[in-house]
Design a protein around this ligand. Sequence first.
Ligand SMILES: Nc1ncnc2c1ncn2[C@@H]1O[C@H](COP(=O)(O)OP(=O)(O)OP(=O)(O)O)[C@@H](O)[C@H]1O
Ligand SMILES: [Mg+2]
Length: 261
Amino acid sequence: MVAVSEVDPAALVVRNVEKSFPAPETPLSRRQVLDNISFSLAPGELVSLIGPSGCGKSTLLRLIAGLDSTDEGDLLVGPEPITAPNAERGLVFQDPNLFPWLTVRRNIESGLVARGLLHEKKNEVDEFMRLVGLETFANVYPHHLSGGMAQRAALARALINHPKVLLLDEPLGALDAFTRMRMQDEVLRLWQARRTTMLLVTHDIDEAIYMSDRIMIMTPRPGRIERTIEVTLNRPRQRDSADFLRLRSDILNFLHFAGTK
Ligand SMILES: Nc1ncnc2c1ncn2[C@@H]1O[C@H](COP(=O)(O)OP(=O)(O)OP(=O)(O)O)[C@@H](O)[C@H]1O
Ligand SMILES: [Mg+2]
């Protein structure tokens, strides 16, 4: 576990978080989704969260984003408790969710417009379009973009707010395998350029190993953090190196997906 100073404004702290929802079949009772989740992210850390479908990964990200509230426990960005959505916590989903009626430039600007900062930060719009390689697509509408380009626009739209923490909910899940690998490098490049603290939900073990400083593995619902693995491989990582494959095999075995030998 990386030590996190509670006064550092860039760190995320999740402490003893519990969350339940009304049970679908018996609405008067509640079904627990998150069970005593605790972890913290050091500033600039990139941490992945993997776990079976329905274990509560998106629920956890929504809590951190401030879109829903916990039953119990604390959520903090630096010393500040999380109480509502805020631009300091960017959220990028599997679907890029671009506004279809706005051009790429207007989509990327939209957070600045909403916060009344466009005039002050206008020059950053070009910088972020360059950063994600979309400068020649500024005036294009989302339906003309490929999946990878749309997801890059969504990343720029989140990053332009200079989030202290970027929450990524399977952001590359809808892309084909080749685009996905290229986009992993893009996200790493953005992370290295901006040192944004990132929490990445993924179903893809290779993606988690390729990208993260640490991988947290969750149990089936109610989701608990069952194991945390430090990924100490040097960057840039080689997907076919012996150490990479060994770690992959360890995680697969842990998840019981390695198949019978
Ligand atoms: N608003 C809600 N009301 C009731 N139940 C909900 C609500 N949101 C999520 N759940 C339930 O909580 C559980 C966890 O859902 P969640 O979407 O967080 O899982 P997940 O780990 O992100 O799954 P996946 O990998 O498929 O995206 C599921 O059983 C889901 O049905
Ligand atoms: Mg989910």
